[in-house]
Design a protein around this ligand. Structure first.
Ligand code: BG6
Ligand code: MG
Length: 222
């Protein structure tokens, strides 16, 4: 018997690999304003909101600037990012994602998105899976950033399932913490070294199935 009644998926890094596009857009901005920004620095931005990402970048560059200038930079970065994601196609959905979601739906498990990104609807539409989800909690209908649990609690409310019967799939440390704060079962997607706080870690959704989720549930005895 399955305990999970809803699965909540982070978007960037779990369903699609948009970290690359975020990096390219931030890189264009940092080149323009003369801040040295590397792919390693980009790791710190995973799961972090747009403005908080900019704050981290300014801190790396040792810059202090006016609020109005911050908004101008964030808008510029987003314009370049939107140029990239507007060209996304369905073949950019990460391996195993569609198969697993179809399996969940077949078992009457609700599926939702829990993402910090304000570009969530555009990305889902571009890769052709906007209609697949029962609910979308994202940067447009949530105020507090991960590790605050708000985005996952909101997704649970939208699908009408109590948090204790939700499982979250996350690739960011802040997202794992948000899922734990929400009282949900949390499956990390990525490196077990980085995501050590998750209840269980998989390398990608191609490493996941309904039967494996049931095994994970048994392992942590919920
Ligand atoms: C998260 C990404 O999903 O969304 C972050 O991991 C990003 O890197 C954040 O900054 C906000 O995205 P957006 O599209 O609203 O700028
Ligand atoms: Mg992510």
């Amino acid at each position: 018997m399955m305990h999970t009644a809803a699965c909540i998926f982070d978007l960037d890094g779990v369903i699609v690999d948009t970290a690359r596009y975020h990096f390219l857009a931030w890189k264009r901005l940092t080149d323009m304003i003369g801040i040295h920004f590397t792919e390693e620095d980009n790791e710190r931005l995973k799961g972090v909101s747009r403005m908080a990402s900019l704050e981290i970048i300014l801190e790396i560059g040792g810059r202090k600037i006016e609020e109005s200038q911050k908004h101008e930079y964030a808008e510029l970065k987003n314009k370049w990012y939107v140029d990239y994601i507007s060209k996304m196609t369905p073949d950019e959905i990460l391996p195993g994602c569609l198969e697993f979601i179809k399996e969940l739906k077949g078992a009457n498990v609700r599926v939702a998105i829990g993402s910090a990104s304000k570009n969530t609807p555009l990305i889902l539409e571009r890769v052709g899976i906007l209609e697949l989800f029962d609910a979308i909690a994202d940067g447009n209908n949530v105020k507090k950033a991960k590790p605050d649990p708000e985005v996952f609690i909101k997704a649970a409310e939208m699908v009408g399932i109590e948090p204790g019967r939700c499982t979250v799939f996350e690739d960011a440390v802040a997202g794992i913490q948000a899922a734990l704060n929400a009282g949900m079962l949390c499956v990390g997607v990525g490196s077990p070294v980085i995501l050590k706080k998750a209840h269980f870690v998989i390398r990608g959704l191609d490493d996941m199935s309904l039967s494996k989720l049931i095994e994970i549930e048994k392992g942590i005895r919920i």
